[in-house]
Ligand binder design. Structure first.
Ligand code: SAM
Ligand code: SF4
Length: 321
């Protein structure tokens, strides 16, 4: 079992398979980065899988594939199948913008994918164009329907922003509720790559909007996710992710791997250790030692202190959000 220095069990790894993306979301990657990581620096699925085996053998129970946009990586179902065949009990999930899901959902499900989280920030095509800087909404919504049809469990992420999609919080919740999909509102996290124009909504502002329309109880955290959960009178549950909140890091059970093999103990920390050399040389013992060291050095808290001047230097498209 992997236990960090603050007695948190680390049993979840998020694996970014590419930093590239087909969207340019204002809060994540408004400009195409100056240069992409060269393709030859990316770990192959075989190399990533060697490391997944180490993680699973050490007690990891949940693997989430993310990016950038993970569906841009060719034959992703092959990587999913490798993990599924090694241990079918792994909670195998993916976070995607859903643009390429139509036509691939069945293949992913057949390979062993269980769940997806989809980013839906708006239900208005013209607002989607503003946020993603591309006409994306029709494909996204069709992708979601197809995923549901093939039996993938779908959760939705929304980043509410003032003057952009703040007036759609209730609409997105209702869209999800009607489809029995849970929704999580993510507080916008400051980062130096995001558009300077963005003004995110904090949890108390979100709750203010929602309480005008609904009655709900505060369930707190359930220990398995960073979401603060709320249950409405009819039993529907929604979540708010508050990275600036005091309790966010207490629940943290995760580490992150970038597409080129940097293992990161915390979303908001520049420290990372590479597993690339060890897996490329087939030195599994060395890869396992890096894993243990990264877990050992996992910080108690992220560096989002609520201080506006404190802005993360790491790109979310690189770490997988
Ligand atoms: N491309 C996929 C997607 O958009 O779902 C996966 C990668 S994306 C980096 C993962 C998650 O990070 C998405 O839910 C996105 O909304 C969230 N995200 C990205 N930048 C963010 C920011 N600055 N603040 C809050 N959430 C952010
Ligand atoms: Fe791409 Fe996801 Fe970032 Fe949007 S949030 S630019 S879809 S990686």
């Amino acid at each position: 079992m992997l236990i960090d220095s603050y007695d948190r069990v680390v049993d979840y790894i998020r694996v970014s398979v590419t930093e590239r993306c087909n969207f340019r979301c204002q809060y994540c990657m408004p400009e195409k980065p100056f240069s992409w990581v060269p393709k030859e620096n990316l770990l192959s699925f075989e190399e990533l899988f060697e490391f997944m085996k180490v993680c699973i053998d050490e007690g990891v129970k949940k693997v989430r594939i993310t990016g950038g946009e993970p569906l841009l990586r060719e034959d992703l179902d092959r990587f999913i199948k490798m993990i599924y065949d090694y241990d079918p009990s792994i909670d195998l999930a993916m976070t995607t913008n859903a643009y390429l899901l139509k036509g691939t959902a069945q293949k992913l499900k057949d390979a062993g994918l269980k769940r997806i989280n989809v980013s839906i920030d708006t239900l208005k095509p013209e607002v989607a164009i503003k946020i993603a800087q591309k006409d994306v909404l029709a494909n996204v919504l069709e992708g979601v329907e197809e995923a549901r049809k093939v039996g993938l469990k779908v959760k939705v992420n929304m980043v509410p922003m003032k003057g952009m999609n703040a007036d759609e919080i209730v609409d997105v919740l209702e869209y999800c509720k009607a489809r029995d999909m849970s929704v999580r509102f993510i507080e916008y996290m400051e980062n130096q790559y995001a558009s300077k124009e963005i003004s995110g909504m904090k949890s108390d502002e979100l709750l203010g909007v929602l309480s005008e329309k609904y009655e709900f109880s505060d369930d707190g955290f359930d220990g398995s996710s960073p979401s603060h959960y709320y249950t409405m009178k009819d039993g529907y549950r929604f979540g708010i992710i508050e990275p600036y909140g005091d309790d966010f890091c207490k629940q943290c059970n995760r580490i992150r791997l970038t597409a080129e093999g940097n293992l990161i103990p915390c979303l908001y920390f520049d420290e990372a250790m590479s597993i690339a050399k060890s897996v490329r040389e087939g030195d599994i013992k060395a890869a396992a030692a890096v894993l243990k060291e990264v877990v050992r050095t996992k910080p108690e808290k992220n560096r989002w202190g609520g201080d506006e001047s404190e802005v993360s230097t790491r790109a979310f498209y690189e770490t997988g959000g």
